[in-house]
Design a protein around this ligand. Structure first.
Ligand code: SMO
Length: 709
């Protein structure tokens, strides 16, 4: 079996039966007789001049077919990136290092051997002569790679209150359960390249691979079978994928590569990594007058396709769900001598929420106005929808005040505040943190192909593949509703450029809104043609394009900080999310919880650390903490369903929400917990070490530090 074709099956998620029985089909499972194995020689230096590369020993080893350095493959460059912001630095970056090494983990040569072990052993035999160069500062090079500016309104003549925030958002790794993998098979007789690749964007991967090989797109087939998570890290091809395809072409056969977890840490796509500075100005009644923000994102040594997206999103989303008449947002992103950074679940949305919500809480402290009340006074009212923001975005629909009120009701805000006081009086460090967020999603175009068969069955092929979201289940429900049949009659085909129409892919919380709407549109047309008497089978191909829609929500967290150890315990997490119309409640809920887990990880423990020489310190799961089941608090979710007017389903995005609201709420809760001690500034992740240091360095020890509480 080569491709994943989900056929009718009992159960709530049609994917699960095979997956739970161990019958999933991942890239690793592609078993081509005679396939060779690739391994990569990687840079051990963050920045160095490569003076000589000694390949002879490796080439002489038994079972080694080939060792290619950059010039052996014609010195190819990585694909151009999406110019969503003006690019100030358009330097090409080679697939394999040429004269310069630019990050630890950078591919320098590819080894192809008869076994994976032989490939790795040969890669270890490659030596290089280098002259070390100083790596960039941790914040990146002096010259930005891209910039963004949004300015609107007049600066306030006077602002009685001004508060500031200066936040570091650590670089993190996406930590998909399934590391990257790629199998490429060149069939000389057919002049056809087939590449199995876990990817969010099969069509773009097809185009990128075809360009690297100098082939027509039609000669390349990309198959993305079951994929064990992506979260943005599989949104763009990496050099390894293109090199595996190039090697297969050169050797006229099949080559496979499965990344180790260590390689994914070292050279996979990272996420986040930014400094966010802001000033919020208010009048005496607590009305927001102006926001000024400076955003500095640190990218890696090369820019994957969507590298500028996080900066672009953070800048355009500010000032979030609030009315702010004057805005001055300036941002930039710089390269650095580190692994590439791309979109990661949220992609700039979490950064915008963190900065704005931290400022709002700072303003609440400065004015003495309750943080919920202060938000109430400044939220964009539902009556103002659709609303044009000062950065030029159009918020399509939503009731932000309702989300806040519902969250307060569910949390029991007044009672919780009273209880907090009582526990504080007894010596506890207890905090309540509120955060609202808005979330652009569902933008652009997606494709669908619907076939009605004479036996009453239907086949839906979509351009939006799945990496664990359960799209096959949702697409079957959507098609069944539109066709007036049972979901069991619908077969869903995903992730294969030979069997699916060209598509945008599964990114930016857009698949249900636009991929789902494309299915509805195709189904409607198919039905009307069938009713008009057209003979079966009949096939309809559609592309559906939509304007962006905006999800939103409100998170309220209660945390307790241990006075002695600094350990932060999330005691309650109440969350109201509005993702418009929900098509598959179970899967939407799963997306919310999964996003919250990654949001919690970002907030409390995850952090990629490079030392000053550019070596990765957190290169394994011994050094990089991710949340485990026991770290997850109970999550109390309430859903609102304000339909989006912008697509056929009224759907909005749901996949990234947890990464957006949860870190901001936890930051505010942690600082609120330390309020009796002056609410010192904190940074993510809110580790026990940081909180313990904050407690230890405070001028006065908490009175209760020695009490049993
Ligand atoms: S961060 Mo997403 O996969 O657009």
């Amino acid at each position: 079996m080569n491709t994943v074709s989900h056929t009718p099956a009992d159960g709530l998620r049609r994917e699960d039966d095979a997956l739970l029985r161990g019958q999933g089909f991942y890239v690793h499972d592609v078993d081509l007789p005679g396939a060779w194995h690739a391994a990569f020689v990687r840079s051990a230096h963050a920045h160095a001049r490569l003076q000589a590369l000694h390949l002879r020993d490796a080439r002489a080893l038994p079972d080694v077919l080939a060792v290619y350095a950059g010039q052996d493959l014609g010195t190819q460059n990585l694909p151009a990136i999406n110019p969503l912001l003006p690019l100030l630095d358009t330097d090409d970056f080679p697939l394999l290092a040429d004269s310069t090494l630019a990050y630890v983990g950078q591919p320098v040569a590819i080894v192809v051997a008869r076994t994976a072990q032989a490939a790795r052993a040969a890669a270890a035999q490659v030596r290089m002569d280098v002259e070390e160069l100083p790596p960039s500062a941790a914040s990146g090079t002096a010259q930005p790679a891209t910039r963004v500016v949004h300015q609107a309104g007049e600066p306030p003549a006077s602002a009685p209150v001004q508060v500031q925030a200066d936040l570091q958002v650590p670089r993190v790794v996406a930590m998909a359960m399934e590391p990257r993998a790629c199998v490429a098979q060149w069939q000389p007789d057919h002049q056809q390249m087939t590449v199995w690749l876990g990817t969010q964007t099969p069509s773009r991967a097809q185009a990128d691979i075809a360009a690297a090989l100098g082939l027509d797109t039609a000669r390349v087939r990309v198959i993305s079978p079951d994929v064990g998570g992506a979260f943005g890290s599989k949104a763009s091809v990496g050099p390894e994928d293109l090199l595996v395809a190039l090697a297969a072409c050169r050797l006229q056969g099949a080559v496979r590569w499965v990344s180790s977890r260590s390689e994914d840490f070292l050279a996979g796509m990272h996420g986040r990594g930014a400094r966010l500075q802001g000033t919020l100005a208010l009048d005496a009644e607590g009305r927001f007058l102006g926001l000024s923000a400076r955003l500095s994102f640190t990218l890696g040594a090369w820019l994957p396709f969507s590298a500028v997206v996080p900066l672009r999103n953070a800048a355009r989303i500010l000032p979030g769900p609030y009315r702010v008449p004057h805005l001055d947002v300036q941002g930039q992103a710089r390269r650095s001598h580190a692994a590439p950074v791309n979109i990661y679940r949220g992609a700039g949305r979490p950064e915008a929420a963190l900065l704005m919500e931290t400022l709002v809480d700072e303003a609440a402290r400065a004015t003495g106005i309750d943080p919920v009340e202060l938000r109430r006074r400044n939220l964009i009212p539902a009556s103002a929808m659709p609303y044009r923001t000062p950065t030029g975005e159009r918020l399509d629909s939503g009731d932000y005040l309702l989300a806040l009120e519902r969250a307060c009701e569910r949390f029991g805000y007044a009672a919780e505040r009273a209880q907090q006081q009582a526990r504080r009086d007894a010596g506890a460090l207890l905090g309540i943190g509120v955060a609202l967020y808005i979330e652009p999603c569902g933008q652009g175009w997606e494709s669908a192909r619907v076939t009605l068969h004479p036996d009453g069955q239907a086949t839906v092929a979509s351009g939006a593949p799945a990496q664990g979201q359960g799209h096959a289940s949702t697409w079957a429900l959507i098609a069944a509703e539109a066709l007036g049949c049972a979901a069991e009659q619908v077969t869903v085909v995903l992730g294969d450029t030979a069997r699916c129409p060209p598509g945008t892919g599964a990114l930016a919380s857009r698949s249900t809104a636009i991929g789902g709407s494309a299915i509805v549109q195709a189904c409607r047309e198919a039905r009307s043609r069938q009713q008009a008497g057209e003979a079966l089978p009949l096939t309809v191909d559609t592309r559906y394009t939509a304007a962006e829609t905006w999800s939103y929500g409100c998170v309220i967290a209660r945390v307790a900080i241990d006075c002695d150890t600094g350990h932060l315990q999330v005691e309650r997490l109440v969350w109201v999310d509005d993702a418009g119309r929900i098509l598959h409640p179970l899967l939407a809920h799963g997306q919310l919880v999964g996003g919250a887990a990654q949001g919690l990880g970002q907030a409390l423990m995850e952090q990629m650390v490079y030392d000053p020489s550019g070596q990765l310190v957190t290169g394994s799961l011994m050094d990089y903490a991710v949340p485990r089941a026991a770290d997850m608090p109970p999550i109390e979710i309430t859903s609102l369903h304000t339909p989006s007017p912008n697509n056929l389903l009224g759907a909005k995005g749901v996949g990234e929400a947890g990464c957006i609201g949860v870190p901001a709420a936890l930051m505010n809760a942690a600082r609120d917990a330390l309020q009796p001690l002056g609410a010192p500034a904190l940074q993510l992740p809110l580790t026990a070490e940081q909180l313990w240091r904050a407690l230890s360095s405070l001028p006065r020890k908490p009175d209760h530090a020695l009490q049993e509480i």
